[in-house]
Structures are given as structure tokens and as C-alpha cells.
Ligand binder design. Structure first.
Ligand code: GLC
Ligand code: CA
Length: 558
């Protein structure tokens, strides 16, 4: 194996280093194919690191790249200490890690320990009651009434063992028994394995679900999917167990980012502060529910007021106490332009959306393809979709609706829209692969692609670069306070960041029509300087905002 300079590459991981980092999330299967087999891989990643560096990225979060039967595309892990053969080898991973470090880019792995794949050796041993794996999973003679979040009931009968096992997600994702100290020991060792190799931290998958209520009491009747969430979300021992993991991460100054569906800011604070602190950041979900109830499948018209309320709640609650994760897209959500923006005003809304979140307090994450404004796909039938969650929703929610309506729901909600190959060029297969792509490519690649946007100073891609660069050179945008103006305005999202003598005002119009703005105090009288705008030749003094227009102003206290 290549000499391990992973740890030397970026030696000084000082406390709080992640606060000035801009992360890019790679869902590798669709990022870039380096060896022509139609599947994205670590060879492709290696070749694109300069592209990310040029974008201003200095951190990567890899969605799972471990061996996995792909029932949930990597979130069902069958070996925690290796790389999926589709994506490369450990040696290639080290090459990527070392090159990333030499470019000043940190690397995070996805730690998925609420469950494993049913093909993991531990599960295979556990089914056979072979020590020490017998109690690595949650086995019962009789199931309770819990639903799986993905498909059917949360219990599956195993012939070999003669018992049922719990799976909160798909059948192929049995939940680990975290109450077993041996399982927690395994988790700590997995963390060490990657940290010793030189990775800089972890995004921790559904980490708020790892401790189940004792006795596994029944959940609610007649509520599909999340009927028992109160019995496993923020469970009785979750903080105790996470404190054990925290000690490992702290030794390395590694960052820990927690994920927990339906986390409220109050429950997030338990993970972020005080004696129960176990995470540096928690991924919020509230702001992703501005056009739906609970899941995008149950969609509603987008409400800017709902969006702003959610963002501001997290910004103000965490202020001075913790640190936010900022994001608009990831592998679990459809594309943001198709949701909160407009495909008709593709460039305008794509750039505005970038501005609206990149200057908030916290650490931004950009999801692959977001920086070029990729949009949702529309497939002809449910059979063409591949995501287990989309299929599950289609099978069990509002099934009385006509087919057309149900397909529409899948179209606007499917995680598959985030999982089509990244569009690099207007050429064959969007430049993603020289072979047969493993999944459909969005036909709009002919005009939405990296190559077309690279040289256009007003493209979405160029705008992401400008925003990231501006953020990086401003202490105010990094560390300033946050205040929102006109919270009930249905068209404008306006906030300021203030630090020392400098104020920034960020103004974003979410309207398809022209809107006139009355500047809030103290910006109506002071000397304002327009520092960034998403329309060429913007006159910052004009009160009229064009569709999806966005501007950043600066004001210096005198
Ligand atoms: C998280 C992941 C999601 C996955 C689920 C189960 O929510 O982000 O992709 O399906 O956990 O692991
Ligand atoms: Ca490949």
C-alpha cells in the first residue's frame, strides 16, 4: 500500500477547524467514472479533485463507499473496513485521501452504525447464534407493531434462527443492538481504523436512532412508516453511547456531524451542548419541509415563510452555543431548483438559492451537481425508479389516488433525482462515463453541464465560486451574528451578518415576478456597497428586484 501520509498531509487539525470549511458531498456511484464500467468510482474522484479545489471546496463528505449489496446504495454496509470493488480499493482510497490533503481538502467518511447489511458477517453469524455475534442484533420471538421507515413492517422472520429481527429501514438493513457493549466496541474500532488512516471525521447516519426504548413497546396503530419513532428517536442511552464514540473522535480532533431524521432544534441541542455533547454539528431537517409534510412525497406548495422560520429557528437557537450545518440538497432529497426555485428561471433561481444559504452562520455543504443547477428527473413508470424509499412510499401512502397522481408524487419527491450521474459535458453520456451509465442521465445535460458553465461568468457554477470565495475572505460572513428582516414577507428572504465594524445584508427574492423592496433599518440610510449580485450589471440602488434576483450589500460602521 502506498505510504500512508494521510495523517501527515494536513497535520494540524486544530479545534473547530471545520467552521471555515466548505464541504462537497460525493455520492460516488454517480459522481465520475474513471475506468469506463459505467459506475462512478475513486479513480473518477481522483481526477476531479482539482475541479473541487477550483470551486473553493476544502472538505469532502463521502456517502458510503464501503462494500455493500446496495439495497440502500451503500447505507447497507457489509464490510466497514474496505472499499466497494465497484469504487476501487483501499490503496486507491489512500491515493485520493493524500491528494485531497495535499490540495488542502479534508475528507469525511459516512459512519453507518444504526444497522448493517444482512450480508455483513456479523449478521450471518448472529443468525446462526455463533458467539460473540449472537446478540449483535435485535431478535424477538414475537414482533411488535412497528413499521419500517422504508417498506412494510419493521420485523422480518429469519428461518435459520427461528426469530424475527428488527429493521427500521429496509429488510436488508438489520438494526444493530447498541446495548451490547461488544457492538459499541466494534464501532469505536471502526472509527479508529479510518482515523488512523488519516480521515478527518464522520457524518453519522441516523445516529439519533441507535438506542431503542427498553422492552420495545408498541407504537401507534394506523400511522404508516414512522408509527414508533418515539420509541427509538433520541432513545434512553443515546447520549451515553455517543459519549463513548466522542472520546475517540476528540483524540484526533476529528469532526462529527450527526444525522437524525425529524430532529428538532431542541433535541439537536442535547447532542451539541452541555454534558451530553457528542457532535460538532447536527443536520437539520426543518428547512427541507417547506414544501411538504414529513416527507417530500406528501408535497405542498412551497412556502417561503415556512422555510425562513425553520432556518431562523436554527440560526438563533444555536447562536453562540453551537454551529449549523448549511445545506439545500443531499442524496436524500430531490433537487432544490425544482423545489424551492423554478425550472423556468433555472439560472436565476439556482444562483439565488446559492446565495440564500451560503452566507448563513454554519458550515456549508454543496451536493454533487447542485453547483451546476441539476434538476429533477421524470421517469415513465414506478418500475424505472430504483430507490427503495420511493417505491415504499408509492406502495403504501395514499394508494387510493389515481396512478398519474401517484407517479407525480414520486417524480417530485424521489431521491433518485439526486442520484443521476453528474453532468460534466454536453458529449456522450454527459462525460460521466465512456461505458454504459449505470442509471439514467437527465436529458437536460446538453445545456446543464460543467463544461458549458465553466467559462460563463454568470453561470450557476461561476456564482457558487464567487459566493464561496466571498464567504472565505470575510470574518463577518463566517463568524458574524445573524438577524432576519421581514420574516412574514412572502417574497423576500433578507438577513444580515454583523461583526465588528462590518455589516452584510443578504437580499433574496423568491418571486417569479418583479418585487419592490423597502430597505430595512439601518440599511435605508447608510452607505451601501453592492458586493455580489446574480444579474449582470445590477444597479444596487434600484428598489425593484427581478425574478429570483439576489444581492449582497456591505456597510461599514463609521
Ligand atoms: C440516512 C441516509 C439515507 C439512508 C438512511 C438509512 O437517512 O441519509 O440515505 O437511506 O439513513 O441508512
Ligand atoms: Ca467505474
Amino acid at each position: 500500500m502506498e505510504e500512508n501520509q494521510g495523517r501527515q498531509g494536513l497535520k494540524s487539525r486544530r479545534k473547530g477547524w471545520f467552521k471555515e470549511t466548505v464541504f462537497y458531498q460525493i455520492w460516488i456511484r454517480s459522481f465520475a467514472d474513471g475506468n469506463g464500467d459505467g459506475i462512478g468510482d475513486l479513480y473518477g474522484v481522483y481526477d476531479k479533485l482539482e475541479y473541487l479545489h477550483d470551486l473553493g471546496i476544502d472538505g469532502i463528505w463521502f456517502s458510503p463507499i464501503y462494500p455493500s449489496p446496495n439495497a440502500d446504495f451503500g447505507y447497507d454496509i457489509s464490510d466497514y473496513r474496505n472499499i466497494h470493488p465497484d469504487y476501487g480499493t483501499l490503496e486507491q482510497f489512500l491515493k485520493v485521501l493524500n491528494k485531497a490533503h495535499s490540495l488542502g481538502i479534508r475528507v469525511l467518511m459516512d459512519l453507518v452504525v444504526n444497522h448493517t447489511s444482512d450480508e455483513h458477517m456479523w449478521f450471518q453469524m448472529s443468525r446462526r447464534r455463533i458467539a460473540p455475534y449472537t446478540d449483535y442484533y435485535i431478535w424477538r420471538d414475537e414482533p411488535n407493531n412497528w413499521d419500517s421507515l422504508f417498506e412494510g413492517k419493521a420485523w422480518e422472520y429469519d428461518e435459520l434462527r427461528g426469530q424475527y429481527y428488527l429493521h427500521l429501514f429496509s429488510k436488508k438493513q438489520p438494526d444493530l443492538n447498541m446495548d451490547n457493549p461488544k457492538v459499541r466496541q466494534e464501532v469505536r474500532e471502526i472509527m479508529r481504523f479510518w482515523l488512523d488512516m488519516g480521515v478527518d471525521g464522520f457524518r453519522e447516519d441516523v445516529i439519533t436512532f441507535i438506542s431503542k426504548r427498553e422492552g420495545l413497546p408498541d407504537g401507534l396503530p394506523f400511522v404508516p412508516a414512522a408509527n414508533a419513532i418515539m420509541h427509538y428517536k433520541d432513545g434512553p442511552h443515546v447520549h451515553e453511547y455517543l459519549r463513548e464514540f466522542r472520546r475517540i473522535a476528540e483524540e484526533y480532533n476529528a469532526v462529527q456531524i450527526g444525522e437524525g431524521p425529524m430532529t428538532t432544534v431542541q433535541s439537536a441541542m442535547q447532542y451539541l451542548t452541555g454534558d451530553t455533547k457528542s457532535m460538532d454539528m447536527m443536520i437539520s431537517f426543518d428547512h427541507m419541509l417547506a414544501d411538504c409534510i414529513y416527507t417530500e412525497y406528501l408535497h405542498l406548495p412551497f412556502s417561503l415563510v415556512r422555510f425562513k422560520r425553520a432556518v431562523s429557528r436554527w440560526q438563533t437557537t444555536l447562536a453562540g452555543k453551537s454551529w449549523n450545518v448549511l445545506y439545500l440538497e443531499n442524496h436524500d432529497h430531490p433537487r432544490i431548483i425544482s423545489r424551492y426555485g423554478s425550472e423556468d428561471y433555472w439560472r436565476e433561481s439556482g444562483t439565488m438559492l446559492a446565495m440564500c444559504y451560503l452566507f448563513l452562520q454554519g458550515t456549508p455543504f454543496v451536493y454533487q451537481g447542485q453547483e451546476i443547477g441539476m434538476t429533477n428527473i421524470r421517469l415513465d413508470s414506478i418500475a424505472d425508479y430504483i430507490d427503495v424509499q420511493s417505491k415504499g412510499n408509492y406502495e403504501r401512502l395514499l394508494t387510493f389516488e389515481p396512478e398519474e397522481k401517484r407517479l407525480h408524487r414520486v417524480h417530485v419527491s424521489s431521491r433518485d433525482s439526486a442520484r443521476t450521474p453528474v453532468q460534466w459535458t454536453a458529449g456522450k453520456n454527459a462525460g460521466f462515463t465512456t461505458g454504459e451509465p449505470w442509471f439514467v442521465i437527465n436529458p437536460n445535460y446538453t445545456h446543464i453541464n460543467v463544461a458549458a458553465e465553466q467559462d460563463d461568468p454568470w453561470s450557476i457554477l461561476s456564482f457558487y465560486k464567487k459566493c464561496i470565495a466571498l464567504r472565505k475572505r470575510s470574518k463577518t460572513l463566517l463568524y458574524g451574528s445573524y438577524r432576519e428582516f421581514y420574516p412574514n414577507d412572502p417574497h423576500f428572504y433578507i438577513y444580515e451578518r454583523v461583526h465588528d465594524k462590518t455589516r452584510y445584508l443578504i437580499v433574496c427574492s423568491f418571486s417569479e415576478h418583479e418585487q419592490v423592496l423597502t430597505m430595512p433599518e439601518p440599511y435605508c440610510s447608510g452607505k451601501l456597497q453592492l458586493v455580489l449580485a446574480n444579474y449582470p450589471g445590477t444597479n444596487g440602488a434600484l428598489p425593484t428586484f427581478r425574478p429570483y434576483e439576489a444581492r449582497v450589500y456591505r456597510m461599514r460602521k463609521t
